[in-house]
Structure formats: structure tokens, C-alpha cells
Design a protein around this ligand. Structure first.
Ligand code: SAM
Length: 245
């Protein structure tokens, strides 16, 4: 099904995505709670538990498509305030919300915010101990390029973790989920932000994203070892892991 969306080229796709997040930045955190019925918090907690950041100063994580900072703040907390997180996002409006939140949480010293593209990371090779990306990679036009960049900026021994919506693998849940996402989510979007269109786009991008096994192959092709994944909530979300060895 196309749900009325045209196929778009890489450049167009990125500007469409940018419009979406400029429009929703101020309501983004509220929308996440409403759209996932709070589940995104549990999935994000699970991601950081799997990462298990060490409690030592000098350990650095790059959180790509980091938006308003949800993953970065959790990682810093889990490291007992020792880790340093760089939040990278292509969208200045999302980062501005993140910067405010960091200040309010007293985490400005542990975080920095960089406006850049996941396909072209402004860092030297082998800079980070970990690379995280949550609900971001499906918005990137050239996923293979983003994965190569992830591999490049990680130190040998570095960890890659990606949380993303995925393929629901439970027979009844998949129908319910489809109804929820294609009907309810754009409606909630319209109610809260006054515009349902951006959320229709997001739902569409989820339906197009490769399933668990195919995405795992892409991560392997980018050079990562010991690639594995786990499903959350029947596959509504999946967490993929890989190592630069
Ligand atoms: N990681 C955050 C979270 O889980 O709450 C934010 C996820 S939000 C759904 C997706 C983010 O990806 C947006 O902030 C958007 O600006 C960002 N994004 C989209 N395309 C990007 C790109 N090419 N490079 C970096 N960030 C991008």
C-alpha cells in the first residue's frame, strides 16, 4: 500500500524529514508518550541496560539522531554521571529542546550537541567507545552510508546499538498495530500539533524499513561483528547490536 505517498529521492526525503521534526520539536516528547502509550521509555531503558556503560570518566558515546536527548541522558545516568555523550542531530530545533533539557537536568557538563548529518559525521576515525541511534536510522536517506560512518567513528572494540521500529512478529498484534499506527497516530498528531501529515509520513517510513533479519545483514555488511538483535513488544521495536572488532 502506498497510503498516498509518492516515492521520493534521497534529498527530498531528507527535507521532508527535516520539516516534520522542525514542526514537532516542542511537542516531540509529549507525542512520543502518547503515540507509544509510554512504551518508548521502557524500550529506551532496555537499550541502555544492554549497553551497560562503564562507570568511568573518559568513556564517550555518540548518540546519533539524538533529538531531545532521551538516550544520552539515560546513558549518563547509567554511568553514574561519568560518561560523556555527544548528541548529534540534523535538526537544530530538536537539539535546542535537548540543550534546554540538559541544562535543567544539570547534565550540561556531560553532554554536547552537534548539528550534523548521520551520513557525514564531523569526527575523526576511532573517536567513540559507543554509537547509539534510537528511532533515527529509518529517517536517514542512505542507511548504508550512515552505518559505514558509525563503523568509522567507533574505536576498535566499540559498540553499535540501534533501536528502531521493526516488524511485528505476533499474528494478532500486527493487525492491531497497523490500525493503531495508520489511523490513531496521525489523528493524535493532528490533535496535539495541529497537523497529521508529519505523523502519516513517520508511520509510512516504519512500514518501509527493513525487517529484523535484513537490517542485521546491513549492519554486518558495514563491517560489524557479532551482530544480534532482540525484539520488544512483539517486534514493534527491535534493538540491534554489533561490535567493531
Ligand atoms: N533519538 C531520539 C528519541 O529516540 O527520542 C529522537 C528520535 S526522532 C524520531 C528522529 C530524529 O532523527 C529527529 O530528531 C531528526 O531530526 C533526526 N534525523 C533525521 N535525519 C537525520 C540525519 N540524516 N542525520 C541526523 N539526524 C537525523
Amino acid at each position: 500500500t502506498s497510503y498516498g505517498f509518492k516515492r521520493v529521492g534521497a534529498g527530498d526525503k531528507q527535507s521532508l524529514v527535516n520539516d516534520v521534526f522542525h514542526k514537532v520539536a516542542n511537542r516531540y516528547d509529549l507525542m512520543n508518550d502518547l503515540m507509544s502509550a509510554g512504551l518508548h521509555r521502557l524500550w529506551k531503558d532496555a537499550m541502555v541496560t544492554w549497553l551497560n556503560p562503564p562507570k568511568r570518566i573518559g568513556w564517550r558515546v555518540l548518540d546519533v539522531a539524538g533529538g531531545t536527548g532521551d538516550i544520552a541522558f539515560r546513558i549518563v545516568d547509567a554511568s553514574h554521571g561519568q560518561a560523556h555523550a555527544t548528541v548529534l542531530d540534523i535538526n537544530g530545533s530538536m537539539l535546542a529542546v535537548g540543550r534546554d533539557r540538559a541544562e535543567k537536568k544539570g547534565l550540561s557538563g556531560n553532554t554536547d550537541f552537534v548539528e550534523a548529518n548521520a551520513e557525514e559525521l564531523p569526527f575523526a576515525d576511532a573517536t567513540f567507545d559507543a554509537y547509539t541511534i534510537a528511532f533515527g536510522i529509518r529517517n536517514v536517506p542512505r542507511i548504508d552510508v550512515a552505518l559505514s560512518e558509525a563503523f568509522r567513528v567507533l574505536k576498535p572494540g566499540g559498540r553499535f546499538l540501534c533501536l528502531e521500529f521493526s516488524e511485528v512478529e505476533m499474528p494478532l498484534l500486527d493487525k492491531a498495530y497497523e490500525a493503531w499506527s495508520f489511523n490513531a497516530i496521525p489523528k493524535i498528531g493532528r490533535m496535539v500539533t495541529g497537523d497529521g501529515e508529519p505523523y502519516s509520513y513517520l508511520v509510512e517510513s516504519i512500514a518501509r524499513f527493513p525487517n529484523q533479519a535484513n537490517f542485521a545483514s546491513m549492519i554486518t555488511r558495514a563491517g560489524f561483528d557479532r551482530v544480534s538483535f532482540r525484539n520488544y513488544s512483539g517486534g514493534i521495536a527491535a534493538l540491534h547490536s554489533g561490535w567493531k572488532l
